[in-house]
Ligand binder design. Structure first.
Ligand code: GLY
Length: 398
């Protein structure tokens, strides 16, 4: 991996020692990670009794909700499954089940691409932790809904817009990389290759169309939906079609690494590494991603801690599958920085765990707020370090 001089000097100046020679977290970081996870569980215990819907983002330190689950409904049950995994506390299991069941009607939702976000941390994890096949069957049903959005002319999964409607019919986005593991799970469970075939085709299209020579990516790529021909890069949540939205880049690092893990295609590993190397080089010395690495105000623009948490998870897995320790050290630095500079620990009335997330800077909705995916991936990253075997069982890393 090559880092620029600026990144290396910045990292050396600002970062504490987070890892030993074998990539193990230092004693100080391990302690901080354990305390941070304890804090997350404590906050969940405090807030969950009053939650009957799906947290979407915080306003004035309180969760606001989306009753249908929106695209985020998998993360709240997901956090409770992770809390149950860590603590064995039955109350977390009950909250996880209650909340995951509320997603049930979404299994047949063909109007969005987000079924992996919805059903992976909630129903797939539920199946892996409980062996109750109703979770598995529901997740497979969601996968069947998702593949209906596949456009075989352009070989991509349509991101937005109800099927049969023209608006956004040719639109593919980076985030969809995170929905593909629901499809690999469905193929593994049913023995039917059609799910995996769509996942591989979509990942291959993303690799070929989104990744620029320097490893940066646009949020969106548009196709002619009837012919599958390229229209070109675009954006929805990034600064511009030529910029690099940091959460999209993080989805890509995580998603390509997962696809390599599932089907061992070398090109997916190379894609994950390219994206990771770009993002690591663009990181500021505080190790928290700016919302868009190419915003004109970067590096002094608002942050997105959720991009950091997702990226930390992706880098930990990338280190594991590639054998490159430097990705693990970079992940530990990001995680250490998130725990030192972004937790809500001292805000007693706050309902979330991780502050400084940015939902959509371009439309000025949710800037430096808390986000359920920030909290979820922070917990996942902490468990990847603290309890890798148990976490691996929950999300299928073995
Ligand atoms: N998947 C939507 C987002 O990351 O904001």
């Amino acid at each position: 991996m090559t880092f620029s001089r600026r990144t290396l000097l910045g990292a050396a100046a600002a970062a504490p020692i987070v890892a030993g020679a074998a990539g193990e977290a230092s004693a100080a970081s391990s302690r901080l990670f354990r305390e941070s996870l304890d804090f997350a569980l404590q906050r969940l215990r405090q807030v969950a009794p009053n939650v009957t819907s799906f947290p979407e983002e915080t306003k004035f330190e309180k969760w606001t909700y989306v009753n249908s689950g929106g695209w985020v409904g998998g993360f709240w049950p997901g956090m409770h499954w992770l809390a149950f995994l860590d603590s064995g506390d039955e109350q977390f299991r009950k909250w996880a089940v209650e909340s995951a069941l509320r997603l049930s009607p979404r299994r047949t939702d063909t109007s969005i691409h987000d079924l992996g976000f919805l059903f992976y941390p909630s129903w797939v994890t539920a199946y892996r932790l409980t062996n109750d096949v109703s979770w598995r069957d529901g997740a497979v049903q969601a996968a069947s809904s998702l593949i209906q959005r596949y456009n075989d002319k352009g070989r991509f999964i349509r991101a937005w817009g109800a099927l049969g409607t023209p608006t956004n019919a040719g639109r593919a986005i980076m985030d969809t990389m995170m929905n593909l593991d629901l499809l690999t799970f469905a193929s593994e469970q049913t023995g039917e290759s059609r799910f995996l075939d769509v996942a591989v085709a979509h990942a291959e299209t993303t690799r070929l169309k989104f990744i620029r020579p320097d490893g940066s990516t646009p949020h969106v790529f548009d196709f002619n939906p009837d012919t599958g021909e390229d229209i070109g890069p675009n954006t929805n949540q990034g600064y511009s079609p030529t910029s690099c939205w940091s959460r999209g880049q993080a989805w890509g690092i995580y998603g390509f690494t997962t696809m390599y893990r599932r089907c061992h295609r070398r090109e997916f590993l190379e894609a994950a590494r390219k994206l990771a190397d770009f993002a690591l080089d663009a990181l500021t010395p505080d190790h928290i991603p700016v919302w868009d690495y190419r915003s004109p105000l970067a590096p002094n623009d608002v942050k997105d801690s959720s991009a950091g948490a997702i990226m930390a998870c992706g880098l930990l897995d990338l280190a594991a599958v590639s054998g490159r320790l430097s990705y693990r050290v970079a992940a530990l630095r990001i995680l250490d920085a998130l725990c030192r500079t972004c937790l809500t620990t001292r805000a007693e009335k706050h309902e979330a765990v991780l502050a400084r997330g940015t939902r959509n800077r371009r439309t000025e909705t949710g800037i430096e707020v808390s986000l359920p995916y920030g909290d979820y991936y922070l917990m996942e990253a902490l468990l990847r370090v603290l309890k890798p075997r148990e976490l691996g069982r929950a999300i299928g890393l073995s």
